[in-house]
Write a protein that binds this ligand. Structure first.
Ligand SMILES: Cc1cc2nc3c(=O)[nH]c(=O)nc-3n(C[C@H](O)[C@H](O)[C@H](O)COP(=O)(O)OP(=O)(O)OC[C@H]3O[C@@H](n4cnc5c(N)ncnc54)[C@H](O)[C@@H]3O)c2cc1C
Length: 374
């Protein structure tokens, strides 16, 4: 078995898989190592939302590119990834949030995003059954979308394998060192050598990087999600309620309603255990906005991690260790960022230059400021 590779990607979530997919377009020896099964980290625990409504030009441009790449997946993979442009509707129940939306919409429009500020009467036209009590305005982009994470990962995997990429699954990297080239030791004793290594280990990146002397500002926290039975089509966009007791949810192409909320205070650490308190709270919050949902049954709920950074932007860059790349800290938007990050990072690894402005995601930035559409 071959044990020496040009690039080894560590971590088979959306970021590692997208990076490997675009690397595999070139004739290189490529391997991806995954601790458990592909997608077992945060990626298959996410709810599949894809939006361009961010607050900085860098994030908006990245998302415009990602949206385009998601839209091409069915043609590239030969099967549907349930990509659907039902839009994103952000609700503002306070004047402060209206002002945030107005400011962001200005930036988004400059970047060519089809977004507008809606008054409560206009919102009725977008989601007729929405409870508009207390609603002051909403930010709406009908081109925002959703896709099914499991299908996206399947498409990447099949393509990478067809192009000769090698997978090592259920086999974590337990040791990484640089001795001329990189040496990776896997749990079953396999030893791989690599010219370059990508660390896309999601919530586990901080502890992994510490082993090799890199102290990264990455803070995993638990987020829970819920899914209902299939119901007849009720609404189109992902609905995001930013109130402290708000929530966000979407109706999938297959009819289920999938949703979550950001707990206050947050639940720090790598936590994949779900809580009993979440169920009544999420049911109340979703049912308050769409009373019709109270009639549907919940099928199951689960938990996964957001890997947060101090400024709400990921770290995607070459590290101070030559040939070691970091791609982590995706916060609550790693699924949607995945394709564009993977494409740009693969180009950077192969050619040494960025094709887009990645300075907001640089390793050595000051981490000031904050993404207001987290
Ligand atoms: C409830 C919930 C809802 C979300 N909703 C959305 C959404 O709507 N839209 C969106 O864009 N994002 C969403 N997210 C966020 C999104 O899921 C993450 O940002 C994204 O999945 C991060 O991808 P990743 O590849 O960085 O990490 P992961 O998917 O966690 O992948 C990292 C992988 O590395 C592997 N690994 C770790 N250590 C090792 C090792 N030593 N050796 C080998 N492999 C290793 C892990 O097993 C894991 O599979 C949501 C997250 C949650 C929890």
């Amino acid at each position: 078995m071959k044990k020496s590779y040009d690039v080894v990607v560590v971590g088979g979530g959306i970021i590692g898989m997208a990076t490997a997919y675009y690397l595999s377009e070139q004739k290189i020896d490529l391997a991806l190592v995954e601790r458990k099964y592909i997608g077992s980290g945060s990626t298959t625990r996410c709810i599949g939302g894809i939006r361009q409504q961010f607050s900085t030009p860098a994030a908006i441009r990245l998302m415009k590119e990602s949206l385009r790449l998601f839209s091409q997946m069915e043609a590239e993979f030969g099967f549907s990834v349930d990509f659907y442009q039902g839009g994103y509707l952000f609700l503002a129940h306070s004047q402060q949030m209206v002002d945030v939306f107005k400011k962001n919409i200005e930036v988004q429009k400059k970047e060519g995003v089809n977004v507008s500020l809606l008054m409560p009467d206009d919102v009725k036209g977008v989601v007729p059954p929405l409870n508009r009590e207390g609603l002051l305005a909403a930010a709406y982009c009908p081109d925002d979308a959703q896709a099914f994470p499991f299908a996206v990962l399947r498409g990447y995997r099949e393509s990478i394998e067809q192009r000769g990429g090698r997978f090592f699954t259920a086999n974590p990297v337990v040791n990484l060192r640089k001795n001329g080239c990189f040496v990776l030791e896997l749990a079953d004793g396999t030893r791989l050598e690599a010219g370059k290594v990508v660390l896309s280990t999601g919530p586990w990146t901080r502890e992994f990087a510490l082993q090799i002397g890199l102290d990264l500002p990455l803070y995993p926290e638990r987020h829970e999600a819920v899914i209902t039975e299939r119901i007849p089509k009720l609404f189109n966009p992902m609905i995001v309620d930013y109130r402290a007791d708000g929530c966000y949810f979407n109706q999938m192409v297959t009819g289920q309603v999938i949703g979550c909320f950001t707990p206050v205070p947050n639940v720090p650490g790598i936590r994949e255990d779900s809580s009993l308190e979440f169920l009544p709270q999420v049911s109340f919050r979703m049912g308050r906005l769409l009373p019709e949902l109270k009639k549907s049954s919940i099928l199951r709920h689960w938990a996964g991690c957001y890997t947060m950074t101090p400024d709400g932007n990921p770290i995607v860059d070459q590290s101070p260790i030559d040939g070691l790349y970091i791609a982590s800290g995706m916060c609550g938007h790693g699924f949607m960022f995945g394709p564009a990050i993977g494409k740009n990072l693969a180009h950077f690894i192969l050619h040494g230059d960025w094709q887009a402005d990645f300075s907001d995601f640089a390793f050595h930035r000051c981490f000031e400021g904050s993404e207001s559409m987290k």
